[in-house]
Design a protein around this ligand. Structure first.
Ligand code: ZN
Length: 137
């Protein structure tokens, strides 16, 4: 675990009680966006700050990906969809740990997890976030 690296910087962090996504929060309109950017995608104001959000939400839409996108080195199939985070309402495009369509439904409670996605050429584990059905995380 100590030599693992994130799939990209500044997307998620580990907290003592689980993973959090790093969302941007606009200082002008107060809306969240993900991934974090200093410029608000809603109102265009500059100076949004990153803050940890999650880890729980509700499944909003979903599918299962059965073919390998360019550059993707993880396992197939994988779940993919949108989870709306509790309290703040931010909708996050995300991988899902569940790959059986019959085990997913609208409004399903989901929990953020960080898991090993694949390994680099040198064997370094690469970690990414995903959402798992609550109770399976
Ligand atoms: Zn804004």
């Amino acid at each position: 675990m100590s030599d693992a690296r994130p799939v990209a910087p500044d997307l998620f962090v580990a907290a003592s009680d689980g993973a959090r996504l790093l969302a941007g929060r606009c200082r002008s309109c107060a809306r969240h966006h993900f991934p974090a950017s200093p410029v608000c995608p809603y109102c265009g104001a500059d100076g949004a700050a990153a803050e940890p959000v999650g880890p729980t939400g509700r499944l909003w839409l979903w599918t299962v990906v059965t073919t390998r996108p360019p550059g993707y080195r993880g396992t197939l199939p994988y779940g993919f969809g949108v989870v709306e985070l509790d309290r703040i309402g931010l909708r996050v495009v995300t991988r899902l740990t569940e790959t059986r369509l019959g085990h997913l439904h609208a409004g399903q409670p989901m929990r953020l997890v960080v898991e090993t996605l694949c390994a680099d050429d040198d064997g370094t584990p690469v970690e990414a976030w995903a959402f798992a059905p609550e109770g399976e995380a």
